[in-house]
Write a protein that binds this ligand. Sequence first.
Ligand code: PEP
Ligand code: MN
Length: 343
Amino acid sequence: MVIIMNADATAENIKNVIEAIQDVGLTAQIMEGAQQKIVGVIGDKSRMGSLAIDAMDGVEKTVEISKSYKLASREFHPQSTVVDVDGVKIGGGNLVVMAGPCAVESREQLFEAADLVKKAGAQFLRGGAYKPRTSPYSFQGLEETGLRYLAEARERTGLKIVTEVTEVEAVETVAKYADMLQIGARNMQNFRLLKEVGRTDKPVLLKRGLAATLNEWLNAAEYIMSEGNPNVVFCERGIRTYETYTRNTLDLSAVAAIKHLSHLPIIVDPSHGTGKWRMVKPMAFAAVAAGADGLMMEMHPNPAKALSDGPQSLTPENFSQVMQGLQQLSAFLHTSGLEITTL
Ligand code: PEP
Ligand code: MN
């Protein structure tokens, strides 16, 4: 952090700022500009927590120069991380696909979806049992019953289960059934929830917040990791912009940026990212070309009858076509050397 002093700051003002910094065990370094003096702060910035430097006499502003996230940053951990979800590896060149309905609606619906997901070659079954719906009158999910169906579908197919947890009180229950805990866009800055999943031993799929900056997203991962859980996978799912044609604006540049800033894997969800099933295939292909470690896609045995997100859900036929295309694309990228690995 650097502290920029006012042009008319007195020697006494500067001395007070330096003393405040030294009092919390940090080192201050003065840089003399033509007009202003700048005080550089060196050391563990968490010690600055108790100081209100901006409020001190003679201070114009404080500017952060180092990143506030550490455990999630590539600076701190140059080697890319591979997250192992009970034997399925995310990162390290494997293209992982998580697919299934938006919500678990019934045992029959889920089993039908699970069989199709397995047959098409994906590794994870997705499906919400706790649904964070915009309207309180919309289908809210089957909760623990839905989790039981997911666990049964795992028994039936061998697919891993990824499912959302929306509240602190449900973390223990969801962790009992799921292989991977999903933090949804609406909860990306629910810090108590982030800490709670950080205390479990289950890998976490961290979706990008509805309007989150990359810095906020990386700090959300830091919340989870700082509680002792190193297994975090990012999921870009679009952000809100002024565009209304699509449900969200899928930010594929986030794939390249996150790979540069962090060692953690990142997957892309073109279903929530666009809100339109027709756009899922092109955006899925583009995500893989951009270097994504995997995809999350919604597929429903009968999208027209889906209780949520039907318009963005692939039919079984379309899903299996997308999967075939993805296999060809990733094989081509791999053999041609066009695969994006380091940034
Ligand atoms: C979901 O994946 O079911 C979901 C609700 O997505 P998001 O949190 O990205 O809106
Ligand atoms: Mn959905």
